[in-house]
Design a protein around this ligand. Structure first.
Ligand SMILES: C[S@@+](CC[C@H](N)C(=O)[O-])C[C@H]1O[C@@H](n2cnc3c(N)ncnc32)[C@H](O)[C@@H]1O
Length: 411
């Protein structure tokens, strides 16, 4: 997997968004210093995990010990179950250590300094611990047998459209370039490359990048690794054993791509890395567009980087990531508004399904489950454009829209 750092390498959530904004104002040296700081903060989170979850188990044990004796007597297995949880956590910690082992050398064009085993493990924020726990669950979604139904519901509609639009018996798939922004742990991009297309995943979270690097480059035995992804879930368990059940990964050998396949993962902010116009035959977004501060920026970038005739295939909800974050720009558009914007850019809506039920890192034994009612669409950048990327007739259309906006605001 070829990897490089792009201009920005930050994780896409609250603290990091602030960090990005700060970085935009600073010198390249300061920029690098902040990136290095962020890198080590994420490594610290991987190392602090065990302490953090053990503290949670300590609390559960304390609560149990505070019960009256006759209540405690009713729960003879409680403490042994807590001990089991601790063993699962210890095992997860070993996997997390393996993931970050040698990560300083992961990127081709950025030095993060030498790792020093003597470095003290520093406490991480609850926010970073939550990110890490979500990353652990992401292994289930992308690389386990247990995640298969979820991948069928999320990735298969996207893959079917790629196969329809670029049929492998009618084109040289290796010449079809497909970009997957916000690629997570990389399974969708990997599956597309497995079909013979030239596919690049892009991701900016170090949590995801370290983990995808581990699974794609350092795991080869099928189901050789084990994680306990649900061990942090103390509520909504039907059986105590549900909390400590293992999940093995990878369900396929990540090195089993066909020879000469063209697959890469690129680190960095999608909007910073991809600026070259008319480059991609297809952009495939899955649970991604709601990560934007301003989703119109994403639409604009996708419009620009697609070749004329190229296709944008999207599936996902609109759970705006920055909605509840103070001091963050967050433009929360309905799908209706997004669709209107897409059409105003000049895309043609080729396929549209407004109700595709999916899950996201679902614990199938939990008593609480979320169901996303996703939108799915294929939007095509028309093949016949002026050299500036504007569609024939589109310039006039834009003027009409602007005039209408002016009229609307006067009424
Ligand atoms: C909800 S997850 C979806 C991951 C994957 N597509 C899937 O379906 O499992 C959104 C991903 O987008 C990444 N992301 C958010 N903003 C990004 C940006 N500006 N550039 C690249 N990746 C970004 C996040 O780090 C996260 O991994």
């Amino acid at each position: 997997m070829a990897e490089r750092t792009g201009e920005l390498n930050a994780d896409g959530e609250q603290e990091e968004a602030y960090f990005c904004k700060e970085r935009l104002k600073c010198s390249p040296e300061e920029d690098e210093r902040l990136e290095r700081q962020h890198f080590w903060k994420v490594i610290d989170a991987f190392r602090y995990y065990r302490i953090h979850v053990h503290e949670r188990v300590n609390r559960a044990e304390r609560q149990f010990r505070s019960l009256p004796e006759h209540h405690r007597m009713l729960l003879p297995n409680f403490l042994s179950n807590m001990a089991k949880i601790r063993r699962c956590v210890d095992h997860n910690q070993q996997v997390l250590q393996a993931i970050v082992h040698n990560c300083v050398h992961m990127f081709e064009n950025m030095e993060y300094g030498e790792d020093d085993d003597m470095r003290k493990v520093r406490p991480s924020s609850t926010f970073d611990m939550d990110k890490l726990k979500s990353t652990i669950k992401q292994f289930v979604r992308d690389w386990s047998e247990a995640g298969k139904p979820e991948r069928e519901s999320c990735y298969q509609p996207l893959i079917s459209e790629i196969l329809r639009i670029f049929p492998r018996d009618q084109c040289d798939a290796s010449k079809i370039s497909i970009l997957v922004p916000g690629a997570g742990l990389g399974r969708l991009a990997w599956e597309i490359a497995r079909l013979g297309y030239a596919c690049q995943g892009n991701e900016w979270s170090f949590f995801m990048l370290f983990s995808s690097n581990f699974v794609l480059n350092r795991c080869d035995g099928v189901n050789s690794m084990t994680l306990y992804p649900w061990v942090h879930q103390f509520s909504n368990n039907k059986r105590s054993s549900d909390q400590t059940r293992p999940v093995t990964f990878p369900d396929v050998n990540p090195h089993s791509l066909p020879p000469n396949s063209d697959f890469s993962m690129v680190a960095g902010d999608f909007q910073e890395v991809y600026k070259e116009p008319n480059t991609w035959d297809c952009v495939t977004t899955c649970f991604f567009i709601d990560t934007a501060h301003n989703v119109i920026d994403y639409i604009e970038t996708i419009w620009k980087i697609l070749k004329p005739g190229g296709a944008w295939i999207n599936l996902g909800p609109l759970l705006y990531h920055f909605e509840n974050m103070a001091n963050e720009l967050s433009v929360e558009l309905s799908y209706e508004d997004i669709k209107a914007v897409i059409l105003k850019y000049g895309f043609q809506m080729e396929v549209e399904r407004e109700s595709v039920p999916t899950t996201y890192t679902e614990n199938d034994r939990s008593m609480l489950k979320y169901l996303y009612d996703c939108v799915f669409f294929v939007a095509r950048k028309p093949a016949h454009l002026f050299s500036n990327g504007v569609q024939r007739g589109q310039a006039r259309q834009f003027e009409e829209f602007q005039q209408k906006d002016r009229d609307d605001s006067m009424t």
